[in-house]
Design a protein around this ligand. Structure first.
Ligand code: UDX
Length: 439
């Protein structure tokens, strides 16, 4: 099959590359020339484990092409994916200007039947707008070329995106014609060999599924953070509570980890967007409003513990931060809890030295000049620091030498934002330990 994928961001690049990997002929399109030239040379615009090798391999085999020319990419193609960004507008809604600009260009240049698939996370009703935009552009040309629209939300997790695409739990596809459905069934057949289904449905339901999935996951996290905060007051241990409730199959054990709040490019944006959709349709999503509020508060709670420990004055104190990205295995800093904690420390006159295995370059875009220092490895960050703050649970931070940590820190104090350390062991070694949802 010949496929065009527009947008070489996270979703587009992973989608295009994985489709090429199973043997399809894929052209990835982007308006950014530099990105396209870089990709041809094997330079990835994002960090994702396994992606670089797969891109290079398929590019060499000429199954994966890169271009800035959208018209050329859809000439003879059967399916075009729109996977461009939908940045949050000021009011929290997804900005569709890029999606609709692509739809317009498709309409202006297409020569043959196409299934136009929205892959970006877009509000309910977007496929309809895409359809109208393509149809208007065709009408302006005075031609009548048949096409269909479809909605195919992605469920990729950063850091595990390739695996999620190659072995999906499920694929959700919204269509309104048999022709489009058959085409997408054929396209996804190689990915359903593990027995996991393509779930076909109507377009609005597919669009809603994506938001409902992310909103549910965000809700689990905020719920657990709320319970964790209560555990601290009640003298309970949220880790035990998590195990206790997670063994009920109706609840399940995944996604119940309390911490310093969720971040990333999806949960914060999607929760906001769904609340907004609710408002537009005259409905208030009360649970999600609380989910968001709890998350904002959670990002600040560790900072408050730090302030309490240092009796309200951290001016001139030095803090070592382990982990900057919003989660491990990515360099993504979008909505990362580290940003909130570091900003608050800096505002109080503290110094910050950070180490992250891959996100330091991304962080430099946020912290200009020498607002914070960067360490060359995790131990290098600790020298003369007043405390260690574990923000992102990268595997390299999981089993460090606490003897060395104790020697390097001015005071043996650890703020563990992800509950990855054994507080009893640390306290026995003489550390002052703060976790989340434990006392
Ligand atoms: C998420 C969804 O999982 C994915 O299906 C969707 O397509 C995009 O959004 P992603 O943002 O890559 O993926 O990250 P994910 O691994 O889901 O983590 C999101 C956030 O939740 C992170 O900040 C993580 O630290 C936090 N989290 C996750 C918790 O705080 N506790 C948990 O138990 C799980």
């Amino acid at each position: 099959m010949k496929i065009s994928v527009v947008g070489t961001g996270y979703v587009g690049l992973v989608t295009g590359t994985c489709l090429a990997e199973v043997g399809m002929e894929v052209t990835c399109v982007d308006v950014n020339k530099e990105k396209i030239e870089g990709l041809k040379k094997g330079i990835m615009p994002i960090y994702e484990p396994g992606l670089e090798e797969m891109v290079i391999r398929n590019y060499r085999r000429e199954r994966l092409m890169f271009t800035t020319n959208l018209a050329e990419s859809i000439d003879g193609a059967e399916v075009v994916f729109i996977a461009v960004g939908t940045p949050p507008g000021e009011d929290g809604s997804a900005d569709l200007k890029y999606v609709l600009a692509v739809a317009d260009e498709i309409g202006r240049t297409m020569k043959n039947y196409l299934v136009v698939v929205t892959k970006s996370t877009v509000p309910v009703g977007t496929a309809k707008k895409v359809k109208k935009t393509v149809a208007d552009a065709l009408a302006a040309r005075g031609v009548d070329i048949p096409f269909d629209v479809a909605s195919n939300p992605e469920f990729l997790k950063e850091g595990a995106a390739i695996d999620d695409f190659m072995r999906p739990d499920r694929i959700v596809v919204g269509t309104e014609s048999d022709r489009a459905q058959e085409m997408l069934a054929r396209l996804y057949k190689p990915f359903t060999l593990n027995g996991h289904p393509v779930i076909f449905m109507d377009i609005p339901s597919a669009e809603m599924t994506k938001y409902a999935a992310n909103a549910m996951l965000a809700t689990r996290i905020s719920f657990m953070n709320d319970i964790a905060n209560l555990c601290e007051l009640a003298g309970a241990d949220v880790n035990m509570v998590r195990k206790g409730i997670g063994s009920d199959p109706r609840i399940g054990s995944k996604f119940l980890y309390s911490g310093i709040g969720y971040g990333g490019s999806c949960f914060p944006k999607d929760v906001k967007a769904l609340i907004k959709t609710g408002k537009e349709l005259g409905y208030e999503l009360r649970i999600l409003e609380a989910v968001e509020e709890v998350n904002e508060i959670q990002k600040e709670r560790m900072f408050e513990k730090i302030m309490r420990h240092f009796k309200g004055d951290i001016k001139g104190r030095r803090f070592a931060i382990w982990g900057l990205s919003f989660k491990p295995n990515t360099d993504d800093m979008r909505e990362a809890p580290s940003l909130v904690i570091i900003d608050k420390l800096l505002k109080q006159g503290a110094q910050v030295i950070a180490y992250d295995p891959v996100a330091m370059n991304e962080a430099k875009k946020h912290y200009l000049g020498d607002t914070i220092e960067y360490a060359k490895d995790e131990y290098d960050a600790l020298a003369d620091a007043d405390a260690l703050i574990l923000v992102t649970e990268w595997t390299v931070f999981r089993a460090p030498s606490f003897k060395v940590i104790k020697k390097l820190l001015k005071e043996p104090v650890i703020f563990d934002g992800r509950n990855i350390y054994d507080r009893r062991e640390l306290r026995a070694m003489g550390f002052t330990y703060y976790g989340v949802g434990v006392v």
